[in-house]
Design a protein around this ligand. Structure first.
Ligand SMILES: Nc1ncnc2c1ncn2[C@@H]1O[C@H](COP(=O)(O)OP(=O)(O)OP(=O)(O)O)[C@@H](O)[C@H]1O
Length: 265
């Protein structure tokens, strides 16, 4: 359980695909400004869970409580409107336009002059420059088409955009899989900076060192259930591996309360 004020609580989330029970009652919380690493073996259910949180899949059962209210996201657009978004490596950027256009995609600043809509290019460029500078991201020129930027720079733009438009929970599924060492280091630093601003982050990673570098808490999923929910400072890589492989469960699951066989006299 998180020590912080919860932003999102998952309560008994299940998801079936036909006869396959991909998620079998997932319960944990994500605190405000907390970085939670979601760990687990292949097929454990991590991606399914992330899709449910971000509106890409509906749960078969259970509840999502977000900012104190039960929610149901029918689509990624609904989750995004609520401030929850999955950032996939550069998939949501338009590569044939520049950084400013990407930053304001669908949210362009337009003023009408004699009834004619005019794009406020300078205002948009200034706002993009400020957001990117505030985040400490370095990009050669905001007028560069995104196709000419590196994978790390594209990811930084996506994250900066998410923060700029009031995002509250960002989900990252193996965000550094295609990045080099230096770009990964910058990406991890950026996650920490984002979290320090009060934004919550869920990161799926198979690389234990990355989880230890960036996460406040680790939630281990095994066969569709939570096998571990621990603060990073209270665990070790060895213990997390044992939770992933099923040799350890932490905290231990509460025994199922025995049914009362005798009623009150
Ligand atoms: N659309 C689907 N149809 C049928 N089964 C699915 C579907 N999506 C996921 N599954 C099954 O649900 C289970 C969990 O899959 P999921 O992709 O969530 O695991 P994962 O932990 O993200 O794995 P990986 O690390 O390999 O990406 C697996 O048994 C998988 O085969």
């Amino acid at each position: 359980m998180t020590a912080r004020e919860p932003l999102l609580s998952l309560d008994g989330i299940t998801r079936n695909f036909g006869a396959i029970e991909a998620l079998r009652g997932i319960t944990f919380e994500i605190g405000k400004g907390e970085v939670v690493a979601l760990l687990g073996d292949n097929g454990a259910g991590k991606s399914t869970l992330v899709k449910i949180i971000s509106g890409g899949l509906e749960p078969s059962g259970g509840r999502l409580v977000y900012e104190g209210r039960e929610v149901r996201f029918g689509s990624p657009a609904e989750a995004k409107a609520a401030g929850i978004e999955t950032v996939y490596q550069d998939l949501s950027l338009c590569t044939n336009v520049d950084v400013v256009a990407n930053f304001f995609m669908g949210r362009e600043i337009v003023k009408r002059f004699l009834g004619i809509p005019i794009l406020q290019e300078r205002a948009m460029e200034a706002a993009t420059a400020k957001a990117i500078a505030d985040a400490g991201t370095r990009i050669p020129s905001l007028r560069t088409n995104v196709e000419h930027l590196s994978g790390g720079q594209r990811q930084a733009i996506e994250l900066n955009r998410f923060v700029h438009w009031g995002g509250k929970l960002v989900l990252l599924d193996e965000p550094f899989a295609a990045l080099g060492v230096e770009q990964t280091r910058r990406g991890l630093e950026m996650i920490k900076r984002i979290a320090a601003q009060g934004i919550s982050v869920v990161i799926i990673t198979h690389i234990m060192a990355q989880a230890f570098q960036v996460a406040d808490r680790m939630v281990v999923i095994r066969q569709g259930q939570v096998a571990g929910d621990v603060r990073t400072e209270d665990t070790t890589a060895d213990e997390v591996v044992r939770m992933i492989t099923g040799e350890a469960v932490k905290p231990p699951r509460a025994p199922i309360a025995e049914a009362r066989t005798t009623g009150p006299a």
